[in-house]
Write a protein that binds this ligand. Sequence first.
Ligand code: GLU
Length: 434
Amino acid sequence: MSNSKSKRFRFAPSPTGYLHIGGARTCLFSWLYAQKIGAEFILRIEDTDLERSKKEYLDEILESIKWLGMDWDEIFYQSKRFDIYHSYAEKLISEGKACKKEGAVFFKYDFERVEINDLVRGKIVFTELPKDEEVIIKSDGSPTYNFSCVIDDALMGISCVIRGEDHISNTPKQILMYEALKLSIPEFAHVPLILSASGGRMSKRYGATSLREYKQMGYFSEAITNYLLLLGWSPGNNREIISLGEAQDIFDIKNVNKTGAVFSLDKLNWINGEYIRSKSINELTRIIKAYLEQRSCLPQDVDMSYLEKICRLFQERISKLSDLVDWTRFCFYDDFKYGEGTEKILSNDLSKEISFLSERLREIDNFDKEQIENKFRKAAGDLDLKLRVLVHPTRVALTGRKDGPGLFETMELLGKEKVLKRLNRLIQHWLSQA
Ligand code: GLU
């Protein structure tokens, strides 16, 4: 264990579901620590449950790990290693430590007390086990988790098992199996679970739990890894924005918190927003184009310089790319409806005033935000109205929404022709209601 190259870490997902946000963090901690000390990192696919394991899940797990910026030195599939598990089970049977009953193999625990020195939690002592025997090979020939996990961690030379704290109760059983099999016992580091705001395990009830969903919502991989890092670890000095590269130098599994970390979507949104704001307009435009295109939210042949302007308008305001799907519809299409919460604004018929404003705006030659603002203020003054009395219905007319980016910038973006057309549409709406 003295030479880092001989140290090996692993992440052992079961492909029975998409990569959970908690699994992603466990993987991240294990991978990061391996990078930090120059050790090897192994993926072990725990696909022993042949019914529930699906290729679709496996593909997604591997893709998500890569998307987050991690990689692996070797990959193993437990489904291809049944012979190995069987031979170890036979060995236990021949030594009288296991027995066959109704086609399954049972391991008999020889238990008094087990103690581990967990790298995260310190000393943990186990003084009782719920059962005195346990199935290690099921009657269909597949191994159970505890058994295949022990054999593989030993044969794959894993120096420290980094995994979720939900596996603490399995650890004494596994240690008894290592001892029975005369295999060397690795170190353990059990990282606390990610909790939902209500204190329980993060579950679907409280929002998205799979990494895939966050990816689809347009969170950046760097923002997710950054946030996952902060869930249970801190780079110190109140720092909150940290890249994977930097974290590699300073991360230490021993500094991971013992207590569960509460998942906060607000915090993730803030971090993601920081990454959005740190992008150059060029890069962000490309990203946004791809994102909206993929969701069929862009008309064909959309002009890049127009997209760039949209990007400037929204960069400060969004926390994730999916915000743009609804927010930017008005930028590309004229046929939007007046949306939620606009009823109150629309109930006040200002057709005369908006017509007046419209005529003033028509006079502008160079339709930029300064000129627009000047004319707008002037029109409000002439009508003896507070600015906002005109601002609210104008925004609804132009965007279909009651809130959004700066109105004058929005008007500049749309251009005079569209602005006048949309103001007229609202006037017609009022007239038809009258
Ligand atoms: N396949 C197990 C899980 O996903 C792995 C547990 C372990 O790391 O030992 O929970």
